[in-house]
Every structure is written in structure tokens, then in C-alpha cells.
Ligand binder design. Structure first.
Ligand code: ADP
Ligand code: MG
Ligand code: MG
Length: 490
């Protein structure tokens, strides 16, 4: 099969002109980011990096990813309500990983006090790559699911128009008309608005909890604007503001600057560097409150890599989603090989029952296998935001060093997905225009709202395609590696 866009890919004058048009279109459509130099000011902004051309995505896999999203929503929500599962799954991890341990402490503390929150809002993004099977047929494999601060739903809603225009300029109007509509920012806002409404106070606001460094503010503004359009008031605050000015009343209603907060939407709080002692205090205050947290701390824990690995164990999905036979089959079909690196001794101390020793033995076996053949695996710590995983020689060295230490338990091991690369131009400010060998990652946004025990909304809310040059093993758009893309179904 001929590669997509092959007729124009190496036509330099045509590509050059298309790139100029593309960049201006991106600026006009609002595919924007603040600059590295001035991450907290909008005086000078630039376009967020994106591909010149849409990338090919197999339509069957695209449909499969959409079809399983409501199942993943159900699953994440079920995990977040299952204390026994979270405790058992994270027991070995929290002994060695301070960040997960601190989240877990807050989780336990909030449960002991009793939840004031009764409306729950989940916004997640399940990410996939297309693995090249033995016979060359691509298969959809989940990379991870992000249950906190899943980003780029806003900017990707505006990338489509850019790619449509580029294709038209290249004389490909028919292809342009085939690009699918996509507006995650609307879907995300719909969920937030529903949670706000169920919270039930007309005068209460939605609080976006944002980082100290806010380069990706336009992505968030897309969602904010949708809320303003629905006459819902939005405020932007940092942990520091919550620490200084946040309080709870007797019914644990959350107030900041005298305003009641109905929904806290975290675009912050997902990595250790987001926290100092005061910020942990602020997090605890938010979690104790009645406000709808998106996500609550249990749902954040449900998105850890350790939980992902445990889900792939035989019988786990059946226990978490009893009776949901078809959902389980759809979910399991997307799993790549995932392996525990728990130690035999660590599991003996922490757990009763023979089952956990099996994990320890698997840990020893898999550590040895990965050291012998690192190129087949990815070593993942309990971190988010890209750039934390280990590959190849580095994986081997690190695993060799920690293979008999409890530190090994803070990682999981995953089969490396090897997609078929394709060619594209990655447009990035101040970078030369050259063709790159690329691979893509497809994300599907999921939104759900639960009131007490009842699911009142469970939807997929659009997609995100991110593409990067093959030489970068890791890292997303925010990490400066991947760029925004639009799927072209083939
Ligand atoms: P994070 O939470 O930091 O985004 P991910 O699990 O998504 O962690 O890993 C970051 C990046 O590493 C992914 O976007 C992908 O490019 C790459 N990656 C992760 N897991 C795999 C895998 N199993 N095979 C190939 N690449 C992977
Ligand atoms: Mg992640
Ligand atoms: Mg990721």
C-alpha cells in the first residue's frame, strides 16, 4: 500500500507553502501555547506544535478504542470505590514510593472521616498505540489511562480545522471532508456542567486548580469558555491560594475568597514536583470537602501504573466488574503484557496467602528476562507527564542495579509496543522543516458522573492523536516531544 500523502511529501516548494499556511491557520484557530521564556504571560504566545499532515489510523482500531471507552469509565469508577482492591494492589508500592504513599495517606484519612462528597466526576483519557502483529496486522494496545489532568482536549478540538485547510490547499478537498468532527472540550465541559448542576448551588463556582507554571493555559481556556457559555462561573486557583484562602464550613462546603466551590477540576497535583508541605495540606482540605473533585483521590490512585499492571492479572477484571462479561472482553483485548516486579520477600512480609508469592516469583523471572532482552520492554515508575520511563540499555542498567532491592517494587514492566512508522513533518516554532519518521498515540477522552451509587452520565468525549519522531522513546506534547495530530482513517 502506498504511504499516505506520498504524492506531496517530498515536493519541497509545496510543503513549504503548506507549512506557512498551516502555522497561520493554527494561530487563527487558537492552537496556542505560551512560550518557554514567558510561561505565565500571554503577551507573546506561539502555536502549539502539530503535524503538517493528518496521520493514518486504521478505522477498525479507531472504532475499537471508542467502543471500549465507556467500559473503561465503569472500570475506573469501580476501582475508585474498592478500598480493599486499592489497599492490596498498592501495598508493596507505597512502601517504596513516597509520592504514591502520600496520596494513599490522604485517601485513607478522608475515608476514615467519612466522605462528604456525593457527586463524582471522572474525566480520563485512555491512550493507545497500534502494535504491529506477527502477521503485520496492527492491534490496538493500551499504553495507559490518565485519570488526572488529562490534557489537550481543548487544543485538539481546534487542530481539525487546521488540517482540513492544509489538505484543501494541497488539492485534497475530498480527503479534507473525511476528517472526523472532534470536540473533547465540549464533552469535558458537559461533564463538569452536569456535576456542577447536581452539586446544586446556583451561586457556586467551578475551580480549575492550576500549576505554578501555566504554559498550556489555552488548552484549559477552551474548556473554561464552554462553561462560561453555559453561564457557569469559573475561577483559576493554585494550591497556594487554597492553602492561604480556602476553608470548609460545618457541612464541609468548600469556600475560597468567600465563593463556594461546586467542582474542583485538577490540572495540577499529578507529579511530586507539584507538592510542598503546604500544597499537601491544601490537597487534604480539598479532598475532605463536599465539592466534586475531578478526580477524587481514589480515582487518581486508580490511574497508577501499578493498578494498570494488576488489572491484567487473570481474574482481576472479573472481580472488579462482576457480571460485565462483554465489557471485560473489550477491555482485556486492549491490554499489552504487563508484569509485576514485586520481590518474593517483600510480598511475604506484606501479604498473607500464597497468591502474592506468585507475584514475587514473577518479579524475579521478569526482571531477569528484561535484563537479558531489554528492547522488548518498557520499565515504568509510578509517574505521570512523560519522560519517566526507561528503555533499552538504560532499562538494563537500572534493573541490574535494583534487581534485589525493594526499590524494584516501585516499577512495573510492560511489553514494548512497536508500531509501523510513517512519514510526516512536525511543525514546531524555531525548528527546521524536515521530514520525520513518526509514530502516533491515540487517546480517547472519557467522561462520567456518578451521584451516590447511580451513574448519571457515561460517555466518550472525543479523541486526541499525538505523533512523535521515532527516535524519542518517551514524552508527550507538554514534554516537548510529541505534537498534535488528526487521525485520517484508513
Ligand atoms: P506517562 O503517564 O508519563 O504519560 P506513559 O505510560 O504514557 O506514561 O508513557 C509515556 C510515553 O512512553 C508514551 O506516550 C509512549 O510514547 C511511551 N510508551 C509507554 N509505554 C510504552 C510501551 N509499552 N511501548 C512503547 N512505548 C511506550
Ligand atoms: Mg499518564
Ligand atoms: Mg502517557
Amino acid at each position: 500500500m502506498a504511504a499516505l500523502w506520498e504524492d506531496v511529501l517530498y515536493n519541497e516548494p509545496v510543503i513549504r507553502e503548506a507549512a506557512l499556511l498551516a502555522v497561520d491557520a493554527a494561530l487563527l484557530e487558537g492552537v496556542l501555547m505560551r512560550t518557554e521564556e514567558e510561561p505565565n504571560a500571554s503577551d507573546v504566545v506561539n502555536y502549539a506544535p502539530f503535524t503538517l499532515l493528518p496521520s493514518a489510523v486504521p478505522s477498525a482500531l479507531f472504532e475499537q478504542a471508542y467502543a471500549v471507552q465507556q467500559d473503561f469509565n465503569l472500570l475506573v469508577d469501580a476501582i475508585s470505590q474498592n478500598k480493599e482492591f486499592l489497599e492490596r494492589t498498592l501495598a508493596s508500592t507505597i512502601k517504596v514510593d513516597d509520592f504514591t504513599a502520600q496520596l494513599f495517606r490522604i485517601y485513607t484519612q478522608v475515608l476514615e472521616e467519612g466522605l462528604a462528597q456525593s457527586v463524582f466526576l471522572g474525566i480520563n483519557r485512555s491512550d493507545y498505540m497500534f502494535d504491529r502483529g506477527v502477521d503485520g496486522t496492527p492491534a490496538l494496545k493500551q499504553i495507559e489511562i490518565n485519570t488526572i489532568a488529562a490534557s489537550f482536549g481543548g487544543l485538539t478540538s481546534r487542530t481539525l480545522a487546521v488540517h482540513r485547510q492544509v489538505l484543501k490547499a494541497l488539492g485534497k478537498s475530498e480527503e479534507a471532508s473525511r476528517l472526523l468532527p472532534n470536540s473533547p472540550s465540549k464533552g469535558l465541559a458537559l461533564g463538569i456542567a452536569k456535576a456542577w448542576e447536581l452539586y446544586g448551588s446556583q451561586s457556586a463556582v467551578v475551580m480549575f486548580l492550576v500549576e505554578e507554571v501555566q504554559r498550556n493555559i489555552f488548552d484549559q481556556r477552551c474548556v473554561e469558555n464552554e462553561l462560561w457559555n453555559r453561564n457557569i462561573r469559573v475561577i483559576r486557583k493554585r494550591f497556594r491560594d487554597v492553602f492561604e484562602k480556602g476553608s470548609l464550613d460545618d457541612a464541609r462546603r468548600l469556600y475560597i475568597d468567600g465563593q463556594e466551590v461546586a467542582v474542583v477540576y485538577y490540572r495540577e497535583g499529578y507529579v511530586p514536583k507539584n507538592y510542598d508541605l503546604q500544597n499537601w495540606e491544601a490537597r487534604l482540605l480539598l479532598e475532605r470537602s463536599r465539592a466534586v473533585k475531578c478526580p477524587d483521590i481514589a480515582t487518581q490512585l486508580a490511574g497508577t501504573k501499578k493498578v494498570q499492571q494488576e488489572l491484567s492479572r487473570p481474574g482481576t477484571l472479573e472481580r472488579l466488574l462482576p457480571g460485565h462479561v462483554e465489557s471485560i472482553a473489550r477491555i482485556r483485548a486492549t491490554f499489552a503484557g504487563l508484569y509485576s516486579l514485586d520481590l518474593v520477600s517483600a510480598s511475604r512480609v506484606s501479604m498473607s496467602g500464597a497468591g502474592m508469592n506468585v507475584q514475587g516469583e514473577e518479579g524475579d523471572k521478569m526482571a531477569a528476562t528484561a535484563i537479558a532482552d531489554p528492547d522488548w520492554f518498557v520499565l515504568k515508575p509510578q509517574r505521570e507527564g512523560g519522560g519517566n520511563n526507561l528503555y533499552g540499555e538504560e532499562l538494563r542498567q537500572v534493573l541490574e542495579k535494583i534487581k534485589d532491592s525493594p526499590e524494584r517494587t516501585s516499577y512495573i514492566l510492560m511489553d514494548k509496543i512497536k508500531p509501523q512508522p510513517s512519514k510526516n513533518y512536525l511543525l514546531r516554532a524555531h525548528s527546521p522543516l524536515t521530514v520525520s519518521e513518526c509514530i502516533s498515540e491515540l487517546g480517547i477522552f472519557g467522561v462520567y458522573v456518578r451521584q451516590g451509587k447511580e451513574m448519571v452520565m457515561n460517555k466518550s468525549a472525543g479523541h486526541l492523536l499525538r505523533t512523535k519522531a521515532v527516535e524519542h522513546a518517551d514524552g508527550g506534547v507538554a514534554a516537548g516531544v510529541a505534537v498534535l495530530d488528526t487521525p485520517y482513517l484508513v
